[in-house]
Design a binder for this molecule. Structure first.
Ligand code: PLP
Length: 381
């Protein structure tokens, strides 16, 4: 940034160096840009079935009371979490999406000079949040198959480490750290460090022996588990998330958060969504169906065009390696009305992350990807 000598810069260096989070392209934006209709978005890991119907009903029911401030203690929401997860109320904190909770945790517990540890190719929000707070961090390299590596995480820890972020399963790779490994990390990390396990995709995990990190609260005091309503519950637009942490930590976050951080509609919708078992079950089974369909489609595309691989996923998306320029393929997909997520920002310039939409959407996506590959390869000749 240029500035006159002697004047004070508008922002600190770490803010100036921040790159904004790049969200999935909204359908309305692509429609404006290309003037095409019939666009599908498989870019933000949203639930293709829409929101939980129970949540919609609960949100409608409170919309008429929108002139009243929400419950600052979010009692009904936290009470629902307490019943669902079997944890006491004073260990539950709620946020305007789980992203806000991650921000609050860093703001509340990290001081200047503290540092963080993240896994290579992990959710970019962790780094944005730390950089915004002026924190530095180190990256624990992943192992073969992009597997998150507990030994690498432990090796990345130093005297200044204050917080360790693990997304399990991880976004954007879809990889899963087995519970025994999460347990080993929880046991081995020095006790003053806060271990945050982000379980945004927990409901989708089908791995044998899977357990939430919530089972590890006896093993480790400073453990925070975060959950979101943006994925299986289909409420990304409503903004709600929660965390389970020691009561003392929840108490401190209650001092730093805004009193009305979760709006009344989101509170009511989230509480209802937690017990919409039918919807959760349907969402997970459609996800399984779509994953099998996409894997099949990718297999076919690989036979036809070559160079297509993907990482086995325990989530509602697949990270697809294309052996080609991901940005160019993404453009070709956009022109066909299919929005996926290019991964250059994650250091994976040849990869596309594809959310598991409905089976019909997946069929359309595979067709568009096939055409895009043909177009790309044709252009190269
Ligand atoms: C989608 C996602 C979230 C959800 O964030 P919200 O703020 O709750 O919408 C959190 N963590 C990971 C790893 C995600 O992929």
């Amino acid at each position: 940034m240029t500035q006159k000598e002697g004047t004070r810069p508008l922002v600190a260096g770490h803010i100036d160096a921040l790159k904004p989070y790049v969200p999935g392209k909204p359908i309305s934006e692509l429609r404006r840009e290309l003037g095409i209709e019939n666009i599908i978005k498989l870019a933000s890991n949203e639930n293709p079935l829409g929101p939980s119907p129970a949540a919609v009903e609960a949100m409608r029911a409170v919309a008429g009371e929108a002139h009243i401030y929400p419950d600052a203690a979010a009692f009904a929401f936290r009470e629902a979490v307490s019943r669902k997860d079997g944890v006491p109320l004073d260990r539950i904190g709620v946020g305007n999406g789980s992203n806000e909770l991650l921000t609050l945790l860093v703001r509340t517990f990290c001081q200047p000079g503290d540092t963080g540890v993240v896994c290579q190719y992990s959710f970019i929000a962790y780094r944005i949040i730390m950089q915004a707070a002026g924190l530095k961090w180190s990256e624990a390299p992943v192992g073969p198959g992009y597997a998150m590596d507990v030994d690498a995480i432990l090796e990345a820890v130093t005297d200044t480490t204050r917080v360790v972020f693990v997304a399990n399963p991880n976004n954007p790779t879809g990889t899963y750290m087995p519970h025994t490994e999460v347990a080993r990390l929880a046991r081995t990390l020095p006790e003053e460090i806060i271990l945050i396990v982000d379980e945004a995709y927990d409901d989708y995990v089908r791995a044998e022996g899977h357990q939430s990190a919530l089972a590890l609260t006896d093993v480790r005091e400073r453990l925070v588990v975060t959950r979101t309503f943006s994925k299986v519950y289909g409420m990304g637009g409503a903004r709600a998330g929660y965390m389970i942490a020691p009561a003392e930590m929840i108490g401190y976050v209650n001092r730093t958060r805004e009193p009305f951080n979760v709006n009344a509609m989101a509170q009511a919708g989230a509480a209802a969504a937690l017990f919409d078992e039918d919807f959760i079950g349907r969402s997970v089974s459609v996800n399984e169906e779509s994953r099998a369909l996409l894997e099949d489609g990718l297999k076919g595309l690989n036979e036809e065009h070559g160079g297509i691989t993907w990482i086995p996923s325990e989530t509602n998306f697949l990270l697809v390696e294309t052996s080609r320029d991901g940005a160019a393929l993404n453009d070709a997909m956009l022109r066909r009305g299919v929005i996926v997520r290019p991964m250059r920002g994650y250091g994976l310039p040849e990869a596309l992350r594809i959310s598991l939409g409905t089976p019909a959407e997946i069929e359309r996506c595979v067709k568009a990807l096939g055409e895009s590959l043909a177009e790309y390869d044709g252009g190269k000749r």
